[in-house]
Design a protein. Sequence first.
Length: 117
Amino acid sequence: MADQLNATAKRATPDGTELAKLQAWYKSHCDGEWELHQAIKISTLDNPGWHVQIDLRSTSLVDEYHRFEPKQVDYEHETNWYTFNIENDIFTAAGGPETLLEILREFLDFAEPDSKV
């Protein structure tokens, strides 16, 4: 599992590409209603780490569950872990303090499979 985490960490870009792509995805879904329901939430955990929720309702992704594979990586590792799934039309992820970019990458790979960073 550590090898998988190291390999995926190398995919995260230090120039903020993940954040820029998330901003673009968010903007493309703002329609005067969707964004009113706190469509994207990024918060911290007390263990420490990150918690991300992205509301898929009223997006094309709500019908794309068949392409999504829940994942859990190094869940027992103290800081370098992440997990994510979709439940009740919400992409939910959590991870250690150094995994926010990887969490965003996993969402973007699902949301825009033809647009790899």
